[in-house]
Each structure stands twice: as structure tokens, then as C-alpha cells.
Design a protein around this ligand. Structure first.
Ligand code: GDP
Ligand code: MG
Length: 323
């Protein structure tokens, strides 16, 4: 099950059997940094850039991220555990409720919150909603004005003021998650704000997401890139089999679940062209991720209205906590 009710619980399970007395230099800092904000502002792109590897899928469509995802950055003087969250929005179905709950669950244990916004446009109602949810948090908040590569300096200044008025911020910085502008400075400031602490994860750990989860995410990303409008939001991916085959090839069988027969037709495409394209793109990114050749078999199945069906949501890894 991917949905985790709180960071503490998750941390405890990952710490089982780990030697926490691992030597750390005096003054070593560590902690959880929650990446917060509405959908589509660049939280996952920022996480990947910080970690230096793809741990979260990214797309121009809102609500790409559905689970809390960890990305760990190891420095000489600190270990920063970044927590990527689904974007804050007004939920329209049970999946939406799960996304918002999953994001909210990452606030109480955060040592630092990075509130990411898209500075190329003025604040939207969802930015205001996201800002309000962290108004009373005990953790210090850094305002990261992302996508500065898209705006001229005068617009940047005007929008920055608008975002700055949404709350109280420990530090404000304009960054670009695609170009990398000011990301080093952002990390420096985060380290300054972190408490002293142990190395929570063994050196070299980048994420703790299970491999099967990453495979399903990479397939979902391929669907997001190849299909438009509502369909990508109506899909869930389950990896049924993941096996080593002789000759070092990986065999993966996965099912793409859609909500309606009409969506199944779109995902398969005329004469199977779309599912072929989705499969090819997914295979390439999975091969890059696993570092070995992959044989990928994809199936498409209708699971009626799964976004409103609690049992199906659980099966797909979107655990909805009792309210
Ligand atoms: N130009 C530009 N695009 C960005 C930047 N950061 C993210 N994006 C794009 O914005 C879209 C949403 O990014 P994503 O990381 O999925 O947003 P999230 O929903 O907040 O996780 C993607 O198309 C990214 O490539 C940036 O700094 N500059
Ligand atoms: Mg995301």
C-alpha cells in the first residue's frame, strides 16, 4: 500500500533494522522538507532537480502527482528528506479527497515547508487555498517563486509582491526548476532552517518508493504525455508482474485501468496505435530507470468509475483514511 498516513509511521517502518548511530559530523542537520503548493507549479520538477534523478513523474497536466514521494539529498553537513505532495485543490471525487488528505498529512511533521508557486502568473484561488492551509503551521515556510525563466523582471517583481502577501514567509526566492536558477541558494537556506539530527536514511539513498510503484508511475507518465484532456486523469496503472528473464531482460506486465468503455477505445487508439505509442515511450523510460532491456506488456481494462470507488482506490494504492 502506497498511501501512508503519517511521516512518522513511515519513518518508523523504514528505520526498522537501521543503525541510526551511523557517524555524523558534529552539527549535522537533517529533517523533512515538504514541497507544498497547488497543482502544476513545478513541485515534482523541483524534486527531481534537487535529487538529481527522476523520482517523481512530471507533466503539464494538473494532478500528475498522486502520492507522497520522498527524494533524499545528502550533503556533507546535512541530509534533507524532500517530500513531494499532490497539489492542493478543491476535490471533486474520492480520488481528489485522497490527494488533498495525502498532501495535508505531510504538514504536521515537516521541519521546513517550501511553498512553490508559478511566478509567471498572478496567484490563483488554488494558490490562496494552499497558502491558507499552511498559515498556522509551526514549521518555517520558504516561498519559492518558480518558473522565473518565463517572465520579464518587471512582471516578476509585480507577481512576487502578490505572492508575498499570501502569508508570512521566512525567506522568499525566485527559482527555475527547469534551468536550475537559484536552487543552490534555496538548498542553503533550507539547511540553515533544519534542526540538528541523525542521518535518517543510509548514505546514498535517493528515494524509498518501491520499484513496482515507480514502474507504474512511468507508465502513467507515458499516458499523461500521449493523451489529452480528461482521459489521463481517469487512469490508474497496476503492475501485475515484474520478473527477471534469462539474459538480463526484465519482463513487466501491467494493466491500465480506465473508467469507461469510451476511454478504453481512446487509450487503445485506432488499430492499437495509441497503446503501442504509450508502451514504447514507457518502455524507454523504464529501461533508463532500471538500466536494462525491458519487455513490457500492457493491458487496458474498464473499472467503472474507480475514482469514486473506495475499494478500487485502495487496490490502486490510493488509501483513503477514514474521516
Ligand atoms: N518553464 C518552466 N517550466 C517549469 C518549471 N518548473 C516546472 N515546469 C513545468 O511545469 C509543468 C508542471 O510541473 P510539475 O513538476 O509536474 O508540477 P507539480 O504538479 O507542481 O508537481 C511541467 O510541464 C514542467 O515541465 C520552470 O521552472 N520553468
Ligand atoms: Mg507533482
Amino acid at each position: 500500500m502506497i498511501g501512508v498516513s503519517s511521516m512518522d509511521e513511515c519513518l518508523k517502518s523504514s528505520l526498522n533494522g537501521l543503525d541510526l548511530s551511523q557517524d555524523v559530523p558534529p552539527g549535522f542537520k537533517s529533517g523533512f522538507v515538504t514541497l507544498w503548493g497547488r497543482p502544476n507549479v513545478g513541485k515534482s520538477a523541483l524534486l527531481n532537480l534537487l535529487v538529481g534523478e527522476k523520482v517523481a513523474i512530471v507533466s503539464p497536466k494538473p494532478q500528475t502527482t498522486r502520492n507522497r514521494i520522498l527524494g533524499i539529498v545528502e550533503l556533507e553537513t546535512a541530509q534533507i528528506i524532500f517530500v513531494d505532495t499532490p497539489g492542493m485543490h478543491e476535490p471533486k471525487h474520492k480520488l481528489g479527497t485522497f490527494l488533498v488528505d495525502e498532501a495535508m498529512a505531510q504538514l504536521p511533521d515537516a521541519d521546513v515547508i517550501v511553498f512553490v508557486v508559478d511566478v509567471s502568473i498572478s496567484p490563483t484561488p488554488e494558490d490562496k487555498l494552499a497558502a491558507n492551509k499552511i498559515k498556522h503551521s509551526k514549521a518555517p515556510v520558504i516561498l519559492a517563486l518558480n518558473k522565473r525563466d518565463l517572465v520579464k523582471p518587471d512582471v516578476l517583481a509585480e507577481h512576487s509582491l502578490q505572492y508575498a502577501s499570501l502569508g508570512e514567509f521566512e525567506y522568499i526566492i525566485d527559482i527555475s526548476a527547469t534551468r536550475g536558477d537559484n536552487v543552490g541558494k534555496l538548498v542553503e537556506k533550507i539547511v540553515e532552517l533544519l534542526p540538528e539530527g541523525p542521518r535518517y536514511y543510509p548514505k546514498g539513498t535517493i528515494t524509498e518508493m518501491p520499484e513496482k510503484f515507480m514502474l507504474a508511475e512511468l507508465i502513467r507518465e507515458s499516458v499523461l504525455h500521449n493523451l489529452h484532456q480528461e482521459v489521463p486523469h481517469c487512469i490508474a496503472v497496476l503492475v501485475e508482474r515484474f520478473e527477471e528473464r534469462p539474459g538480463g531482460k526484465a519482463y513487466i506486465a501491467a494493466t491500465i485501468h480506465v473508467e469507461k468503455e469510451s476511454q478504453k477505445k481512446i487509450v487503445i487508439g485506432k488499430g492499437g496505435t495509441m497503446i503501442k505509442r504509450i508502451g514504447q515511450d514507457a518502455r524507454l523510460s523504464i529501461e533508463q530507470y532500471l538500466g536494462k532491456p525491458v519487455f513490457l506488456e500492457l493491458w487496458v481494462k474498464v473499472t467503472e468509475d474507480w475514482r469514486r470507488d473506495e475499494q478500487a482506490l485502495r487496490r490502486f494504492g490510493y488509501y483513503v483514511k477514514p474521516r
